[in-house]
Design a binder for this molecule. Structure first.
Ligand SMILES: Cc1cc2nc3c(=O)[nH]c(=O)nc-3n(C[C@H](O)[C@H](O)[C@H](O)COP(=O)(O)OP(=O)(O)OC[C@H]3O[C@@H](n4cnc5c(N)ncnc54)[C@H](O)[C@@H]3O)c2cc1C
Length: 260
């Protein structure tokens, strides 16, 4: 079984600040990490590898620095890493990103494609489902448990807001992982040694199987008209009264402003 994990390098959003003038993220000096849901996806792929001997390939679209995330994935236990990187991908929205990743997947032999549910910087949760659509394969989102129950069959538990659904699916299939799926492992010390000798395959737009008009800015129908940062609120009012009086006071204030 071949498993491909789509893995995005993201800025650690606990460290990110917004430039109030431009409304864009200040990325300088911000550490990058593997997108958390993608780590859960990778962990599950590695568990399946341990149980079945599957091969695990990590795939990322991004600038050359994204190799750091791919190396970390290999230190966790991934067998191969592919970075697709090209100026032709610049300005990609989610549709162009998913087209590029699907183009790379068409060059690979895969049974299971894992993605995270969503990336913490973009937060759209669109890329995984879009890849499945481009490839014409079934998808199960919000996956919280995976069992390999046959040569070409998985039994998957999908989370709903108020319960779960158990689905049997034949491969090839795309699954999107949520944090409830597992607890990602740390990098393996013995894999860390020699990690920088390991080769990462880098593909350009010419190496993948996709119509080039679907890539980058020209393949991106999303247009950002305006972005804004929330203005900071005032300090509020501290009410130093006994609890009952304070509650009545708060209620009267809310009524005054027609909130209740
Ligand atoms: C108009 C526009 C222009 C943009 N221009 C740029 C740009 O120039 N450069 C730039 O870096 N971003 C750019 N972005 C942001 C970029 O489109 C998104 O970061 C990207 O499409 C992923 O969307 P998301 O973060 O919402 O991922 P989600 O859909 O939330 O991610 C779901 C899952 O998909 C997979 N995935 C997502 N992205 C990748 C990836 N790159 N590689 C591997 N797996 C992935 C991961 O498994 C992830 O967990 C732009 C966005 C817009 C709207």
């Amino acid at each position: 079984m071949n498993i491909v994990v789509c893995l995005k390098q993201v800025p650690d959003t606990t460290e990110v600040k917004i430039d109030p003038k431009t409304g864009t993220l200040i990325r300088e000096g911000v550490p990058s990490i593997i997108n958390p849901d993608d780590k859960n996806a990778l962990e599950e792929a590695l568990v399946i590898k341990e149980n079945t001997g599957a091969k695990v390939i990590v795939l990322s679209m991004g600038p050359p620095q994204a190799q750091t995330a791919l190396r970390e994935a290999m230190a966790m236990g991934a067998d191969e890493a592919i970075l697709i990187s090209d100026r032709a991908f610049a300005g990609a929205d989610t549709l162009a990103t998913s087209n590029a990743l699907a183009g790379a997947l068409r060059k690979l032999d895969y049974d299971v494609v894992f993605a995270g549910r969503q990336a913490i910087d973009g937060d759209t949760a669109q890329v995984g489902p879009e890849i499945a659509e481009h490839l014409g394969i079934p998808q199960i989102t919000y996956v919280e448990k995976v069992d390999v129950t046959g040569d070409k069959e998985l039994t998957v538990r999908k989370a709903w807001e108020d319960g779960y659904e158990v689905v049997k699916v034949n491969t090839p299939v795309l699954l999107t992982a949520i944090k409830e799926l597992n607890e990602p492992r740390y990098m393996d010390v013995k894999n860390i040694f020699g990690l920088f000798d390991k080769e990462i395959t880098v593909w350009s737009a010419d190496d993948i199987d996709v119509d080039k008009s679907l890539l980058g800015l020209k393949g991106s129908p999303t247009k950002v008209k305006r972005s804004a940062t929330k203005e900071t609120k005032g300090q509020g009012e501290i009410v130093n009264k006994p609890v009952k009086e304070a509650v009545s006071y708060a209620v009267s204030k809310l009524q005054e402003k027609h909130y209740i």
